[in-house]
Write a protein that binds this ligand. Structure first.
Ligand code: NAP
Length: 310
């Protein structure tokens, strides 16, 4: 019998217990899932940073740590973690992210906030709304989520540019990479969507210099991580009109402190880290698939590269 330790919050246990057991059964795996196995008996750890587990060293027979989260910045640098780490890639999460990004891009692109504000009985007909074809959108990050959202925007007619660390080819997306590629990807764009991981290299990727590159009045959508943006530089760019609006889902400190200037800035929309959730119904199949693969001697899916940090 395979012993799997569930190492996440009490609330996650209530959400995942039945769904994980159902997924194990469906995959014909005999797994004893518990929150209290003896460490040396544990074969797999189902993990989320919301739980108390910090020291992985007692789990000497653990074959893999399987994260329920897509972002791994809270575990990737853990020095006690010697076991392979797989992150969550969940088709339902990609769908959720795609919907969030499309909704926010369309809202900013069409300037819908103005009409929501102007419900005052005055008929302001005359200004022609833009069309997607004239509004290039730049995806910073062309991974599982960036690609899904970028392709959805491309299918709506937006010219989509994408930027990644290594060279990528994605049909329908104009791909750039590396430092030079960043300047080209951002120059003259109308909207920037950040779907990069939080690493030392991506910190403050949007700063005063890079925020000056897009078209004046361009918008930002950040469902990636808070560290990707230099907050003071963004507030200054909004103040000057260089950036016309921003939707931010992730922050350096979460929950975002009550007195943070983002809350009161009329050009900023704060959403409380809700862009895309791991959905138990599909995510548990991913966990089960990885245990099955590992037991069959096959390579794990979605392995994290500790050196590159994602
Ligand atoms: P992923 O598949 O690992 O893709 C990451 C992308 O970022 C890749 O294209 C990668 O380039 C690129 N990248 C990484 N470092 C870079 C660098 N230094 N320069 C340029 N590009 C770089 O990740 P994902 O599944 O799409 O998820 C992206 C992020 O979304 C997660 O890390 C997490 O922080 C965030 N997220 C947020 C929510 C939410 O609810 N707000 C939910 C889930 C995830 P390569 O293609 O060359 O590797």
């Amino acid at each position: 019998m395979i012993k799997a330790l569930f190492a996440a919050s009490d609330a996650d246990w209530r959400t995942y217990k039945a769904a994980l057991n159902a997924a194990f059964q469906k995959a014909e795996l005999e797994v004893d899932l518990s929150r209290s196995h003896a460490p040396e008996e544990v074969g797999y750890i189902v993990y989320a940073p919301s739980g108390p587990l910090q020291d992985f060293s007692p789990f000497t027979n653990c074959k893999a740590v399987l994260s329920l989260w897509a972002g791994v910045e809270q575990i990737v640098g853990n020095k006690t973690l010697a076991q392979p780490l797989a992150r969550m890639v969940d088709p339902s999460m990609a769908q959720g992210m795609m919907e969030y990004v499309v909704a926010q891009v369309l809202r900013h692109h069409l300037g819908m906030d103005r009409y929501l504000r102007e419900q005052d009985g005055v008929w302001r007909h005359g200004e022609m709304p833009p069309v997607a074809q004239d509004s290039p959108i730049t995806m910073l990050g062309l991974g599982e989520l960036g690609r899904a959202a970028g392709l959805a925007l491309a299918s709506l007619g937006f010219p989509v540019r994408g930027w990644s660390r290594t060279k990528r080819e994605v049909a329908g997306i104009d791909c750039y990479h590396g430092d030079d590629g960043l300047t080209a990807a951002l120059s003259g764009t109308r909207g920037i969507v950040l779907l990069l991981p939080a690493t030392a290299e991506t910190e403050n990727i949007l700063d005063a210099e890079t925020l000056a590159l897009p078209d004046k009045g361009a918008f930002i959508v950040n469902p990636g991580r808070g560290t990707l943006i230099d907050d003071q530089a963004l507030l200054a760019a909004i103040e000057s009109g260089q950036i016309g609006g921003a939707t931010l889902d992730v922050f350096r400190t979460e929950p975002l402190p009550k007195d943070h200037p983002y809350w009161s800035n009329p050009k900023v929309t704060v959403t409380p880290h809700i862009a895309a959730f791991t959905r138990p119904s599909s995510a548990c199949d991913v966990i089960a698939a990885n245990i099955r693969r590992s037991e069959a001697g096959e390579p794990l899916l979605y392995l994290v590269d500790r050196n590159r940090g994602y």
